[in-house]
Design a protein around this ligand. Structure first.
Ligand code: ATP
Ligand code: MG
Length: 577
């Protein structure tokens, strides 16, 4: 990478930044700004998470505050250390640092349990023997109040005793729950005696078999923020109607004298619209399904919308940050066109990625009037956007490869590339004119023969002769053979969930999301390319050396993103040399 990364544009203000500014002005949190990014370690982070990360860490940076990384690890059945590790790697890759503020909800299990005992002792929670199914059936609906549990009025002592026995492992999974005693007729369903604890005799990736009851997310989340002194608890819109429940828990614990020492305020939750992208699914459940079902090759398959996949595919964290800032923070759900992400990437890559020539679908081109066994070196510009990137030498010889697509035996109208009798410019090299073609027994063209004009060295004709087409090429004897993977959207519908009744979103998988150019020939300077290195292959797009499968003499490249406008741009950018 030669030149400096994209200069991050300052984020525009938004309603959350305004809330923070107001709180700072009113002294609500005595000027503190403490945010957190609270993933559940049950999958890899995706581009939606990046929006939340940039917002939470960004707010902390802009306000000289801090942002915690907290794992909301309350569901042992679905969580794993692998996910914890990948999440930390991804947050760092985006350029953020939580410093010493790494937390786990599981660190608060004892505290939460003590609070549950406190609420139970005050008659604000009870042990219920209904099954999960019964509870959900008796919850009522938006128009129907819920039905109280037959155990709702259990005496306090009995509740305390049963809670302790739940905790001690006396009951099987699902036999009982602890529920908050709030209001079965509340218009907010979250307040209809929500479950606080469930029994699950499951190994937790951090607490082992220490616990056999686990807090529900809603019972853990708000208090975890509170314990950490989070001021601005930012989450996505679907949690808006959980906010009254979080406040109920915290307020009642505070009333009973249970507030954490050193925290004189309660977190203020604000909700923003989650990121949705066209042609993309962003639900962890679905992403897991794609991985487990073998529809992709793992979480970091470059077609996935996970940060690890983007990294492997060649996306830069700067482009992702730029995109996250540009989509902004609002209260309204919308779907963002995935091309906005791709454009942010092109902007970044255009400045940074050195240009190279690579032939993905090779056709042999023989220059009959070029001496056999001879070769010469020509100068090629590394990056027209970055003069400091300089030039490099590329070898030229009698036998070259060009793209199959750049030759037509019978050219359609306005075809300016190579055809019998037609003259084109070989990029950075010479003008060549096609004289004859060679075909095999099946009539397939195996060689195109040309003559070249030595006076056009460097790609310009001294007699002012013009050619309409410029094509790229590599010298056959010098080229490096490579595998190039061309990715397209994983789904072929803008809304992957748009399927006929009874069908799965999997029906919208794009069968052409990966096309492999198995026998590509690249200019020799790419022999040494290291994993993760990024290039523009002229006229093809931006590419990155695959970090998993690439080998020194057999490199594998991933197409990061295609070029938007290849042909006209290249003609305009033709160097003046
Ligand atoms: P999913 O819905 O994809 O399964 P999640 O919300 O369950 O994701 P969490 O691990 O709980 O995943 O997410 C951590 C944080 O990231 C939460 O604060 C959540 O609000 C936020 N987040 C998740 N998905 C998005 C998204 N698409 N856009 C913005 N923020 C998101
Ligand atoms: Mg969640």
């Amino acid at each position: 990478m030669s030149s400096a990364p994209l200069n991050p544009a300052p984020p525009a203000s938004d309603f959350i930044r305004e809330i923070v500014a107001q709180d700072n002005a009113s002294g609500k949190f005595a000027g503190r700004v403490i945010t957190r990014f609270p993933p559940e370690p049950n999958g890899y982070l995706h581009i939606g998470h990046a929006k939340s990360i940039c917002l939470n860490f960004g707010l902390a940076q802009e306000n000289a505050g801090r942002c915690h990384l907290r794992f909301d690890d309350t569901n042992p059945a679905k969580e794993d250390q692998e996910y914890v590790d990948s999440i930390m790697e991804d947050v760092r890759w985006l350029g953020f640092d939580w410093g010493e503020h790494l937390y786990y909800a599981s660190d608060y299990f004892q505290r939460l349990y003590d609070w549950a005992v406190l609420l139970t002792g005050a008659g604000l929670a009870y042990v219920c023997d209904l099954s999960a199914d019964q509870i959900s059936r008796m919850r009522g609906s938006l128009t129907q109040p819920g039905t109280p549990s037959p155990h709702r009025d259990r005496p306090v002592q009995e509740n305390l005793d049963l809670l302790e026995r739940m905790r001690n492992g006396e009951f099987p999974d699902g036999a009982r729950t602890l529920r908050a005693k709030i209001d079965m007729a509340s218009p907010n369903l979250n307040l209809r005696d929500p479950v606080m604890y469930r029994i699950a005799h499951a190994e937790h990736h951090r607490t082992g078999s220490q616990w056999c009851i686990y807090p529900m997310y809603d019972w853990a989340h708000g208090q975890s923020d509170w314990i950490e002194g989070v001021t601005h608890s930012i989450c996505t819109l679907e949690f808006e109607n959980h906010r009254p429940l979080y406040n109920w828990f915290v307020d009642n614990i505070a009333k009973l004298g249970g507030a954490p020492a050193n925290v004189s305020y309660r977190p203020q939750q604000s909700e923003f619209a989650r990121l949705n992208l066209t042609y993309t699914v962003l639900s962890k459940r679905r992403l897991l399904e794609l991985v487990k079902g073998g529809h992709v090759n793992g979480w970091d398959d470059p077609r996935m919308p996970t940060l690890s996949a983007f990294r492997r595919r060649g996306y830069t964290p700067e482009a992702i940050g730029q995109f996250a800032r540009s989509v902004g923070v609002t209260k309204f759900d919308s779907v963002i066109d995935v091309s906005r992400l791709e454009n942010a990437l092109r902007d970044d890559m255009n400045r940074r990625a050195p240009r190279r020539m690579g032939v993905l679908d090779p056709l042999k081109l023989v220059i009959d009037n070029y001496p056999e066994g001879q070769s010469e070196e020509l100068d090629a510009i590394n990056n027209p956007e970055d003069p400091a990137a300089g030039t490099r030498k590329i070898p030229f010889s009698r036998v070259l490869y060009i793209e199959q697509d750049d030759f037509r035996e019978i050219p359609p109208p306005k075809y300016h590339r190579l055809a019998p009798g037609q003259e084109v410019r070989l990029r950075y090299a010479f003008f060549v004119r096609c004289t004859t073609i060679v075909k095999d027994d099946q009539g397939v063209i195996t060689e195109v023969h040309c003559t070249y004009d030595p006076a056009t060295r460097g790609g310009d004709s001294p007699d002012g002769r013009k050619v309409k087409g410029t094509i790229h090429w590599v010298s056959a004897a010098h080229a490096v053979q490579a595998e190039v993977r061309l990715y397209d959207h994983l789904f072929n519908k803008q809304d992957p969930n748009d399927v006929p009744e009874g069908q799965s979103y999997l029906a919208n998988l794009n069968p052409h999301s990966l096309v492999v150019a198995a026998d590509a020939r690249l200019e020799p300077s790419l022999k040494e390319a290291a994993a993760g290195e990024r290039f523009q292959f002229e006229r093809h797009g931006y590419f990155c050396v695959d970090s998993r499968d690439s080998r020194p003499l057999r490199p594998v490249f991933n197409r990061t993103v295609s070029l938007k406008d290849t042909w006209s741009k290249m003609e305009k950018k033709k160097p003046a040399s």
